[in-house]
Design a protein around this ligand. Structure first.
Ligand code: PGA
Length: 241
C-alpha cells in the first residue's frame, strides 16, 4: 500500500462522467508529471477507462471515483475494492457530494466503503463539505465534523487515508472560499479530533490554474481535488507543474 507520508502535495484529478478513448490518448501524450518533487498525481477516470491509463504507465497513480461496499455476490452493476486492488488501483474517492446528493450515499456507506478499500490496500479519499445553506447558517464545521466522525473508519490513519474538504457550493461553480477561509477551515478540521490532526487534508471546489498555487501554498492544505480543470490538459499541467 502506498504510504502517504512519502508525498508532500497530492493532485487528484476527478474526471467524473467525462472522457473517451481519443480524449485519453491525447491527454496522456500531453500530461507532464514531475515525479521528483514529492508531488503525487492521481488520475480518476470513469472505471471503464482505468485500463487505458494503466497501459500508458506514466508517472501518475490511478484512482477510482467510487466503489461498492460489498466484496462479492448478487450486487448487479457494482465494482469491488478487491478487483480494484487486483487491477493496480491505489486510490479511490468516497463520499463525493455528487454521490451523497444523487445516489443517496450516507456517512455510514462512506465508512463501509472506506473500510473495504483499506482492507484491499487502497487509499480512500473521503470527501466532506457543506452546502451553501449550511454555510449561511454557520454550521460548516458541525457538518464536516459529523461527516468525519461518522465516515472515517477506525482503521484509518494519517498514512492511509486522505480527507478532501469540498464546499458543495464551490464545486463546478467557479466560486471558492477566500484563501483565508480555506486556511481557517483546514486548521479547524485538524482540531476536530486528535486522530486526524496530522491527516493529509486536500481542498476541492473550482480549483484552477490561477488559484491552485495560492491554495496549495497554505501549510494546512496538502493538495487539491480537481474536477473541471483536470480535463483541460494545459490547465492541469500548470496546476501540477
Ligand atoms: P470542480 O470539481 O473542480 O469542477 O469544482 C471538484 C470536484 O467535484 O471534486
Amino acid at each position: 500500500m502506498i504510504n502517504l507520508s512519502e508525498f508532500s502535495i497530492f493532485f487528484i484529478a476527478n474526471w467524473k462522467l467525462n472522457g473517451n478513448l481519443s480524449f485519453i490518448k491525447e491527454y496522456t501524450q500531453l500530461l507532464k508529471v514531475n515525479s521528483s518533487n514529492g508531488n503525487c498525481v492521481v488520475i480518476c477516470p470513469t472505471a471503464i477507462y482505468l485500463n487505458n491509463f494503466k497501459q500508458n504507465e506514466g508517472n501518475y497513480y490511478l484512482g477510482a471515483q467510487d466503489i461498492s461496499k460489498y466484496e462479492t455476490g448478487a450486487f448487479t452493476g457494482e465494482i469491488s475494492s478487491k478487483s480494484l486492488n487486483e487491477f493496480g488501483v491505489n486510490f479511490c474517492i468516497v463520499g463525493h457530494s455528487e454521490r451523497r446528493q444523487y445516489f443517496n450515499e450516507k456517512n455510514e456507506d462512506v465508512k463501509e466503503k472506506a473500510t473495504k478499500l483499506l482492507e484491499n490496500e487502497i487509499i480512500p479519499i473521503i470527501c466532506v463539505g457543506e452546502t451553501l445553506e449550511e454555510k449561511k447558517n454557520n454550521s460548516t464545521l458541525d457538518v464536516i465534523s459529523n461527516q468525519i466522525l461518522k465516515g472515517i473508519p477506525s482503521e484509518s490513519n494519517e498514512q492511509n487515508t486522505i480527507i478532501a474538504y469540498e464546499p458543495i457550493w464551490a464545486i463546478g461553480t467557479g466560486l471558492t472560499p477566500s484563501i483565508e477561509e480555506i486556511d481557517i477551515i483546514h486548521q479547524s478540521i485538524r482540531k476536530i479530533n486528535n486522530k486526524i490532526s496530522n491527516y493529509k487534508i486536500i481542498y476541492g471546489g473550482s480549483v484552477n490554474a490561477k488559484n491552485s498555487h495560492d491554495i496549495i501554498s497554505l501549510s494546512d492544505v496538502d493538495g487539491a481535488l480537481i474536477g473541471g480543470a483536470s480535463l483541460k490538459i494545459d490547465d492541469f499541467n500548470k496546476i501540477i507543474g
